[in-house]
Design a protein around this ligand. Structure first.
Ligand code: 5GP
Length: 126
């Protein structure tokens, strides 16, 4: 079920629990601002999720409320994860789903990093 990105942050969402170490994950990277781990149901050869450490429901929430330092830290972390995965030269794709039309399922901002193979068209066409 897609989430409503206008609801308040839920401290029990699955990514909050991963951040607190309550649920295991395949960790890829961590710094002061961000945490990255492998998606449990990969949609490409490389499918890594990067999340901010702060309590933000979506990109909408983050872009409106996060501090400049949080935004800079998070954006740099996404790039760093892609570099560490060797994705820059072959290329990669970033995706952030926000709300129902995009099918966002977890109410903690996450950027998907896809790569490791040609990724096909940018968006699904009927
Ligand atoms: P969304 O549709 O919200 O943009 O993406 C949520 C993503 O989180 C999905 O790709 C899904 O496979 C992944 N996911 C959901 N639950 C877990 C989990 O417990 N662990 C990990 N590693 N990924 C998860």
């Amino acid at each position: 079920m897609p989430i409503d990105p206008t609801l308040p942050y839920d401290d029990d969402n699955i990514f909050a629990r991963i951040l607190r170490g309550e649920i295991p994950c395949q960790k890829v990277y961590e710094d002061d601002w961000a945490f990255a781990f492998e998606d449990i149901n990969p949609q490409a050869k490389v499918h890594t999720l990067v999340i901010p450490k702060g309590r933000y429901v979506s990109w909408d929430d983050f872009s409106a409320r996060a501090s400049d330092a949080e935004i800079v830290g998070f954006v740099r972390a996404v790039g760093e994860v892609a570099r560490r995965k060797g994705l820059v030269e072959p290329g990669y794709r970033l995706l952030a789903n926000i709300g129902a039309h995009a099918g966002q399922e977890v109410p903690h901002l996450h950027v998907h990093i896809f790569g490791g193979e040609p990724l096909g068209p940018m968006i699904w066409k009927r």
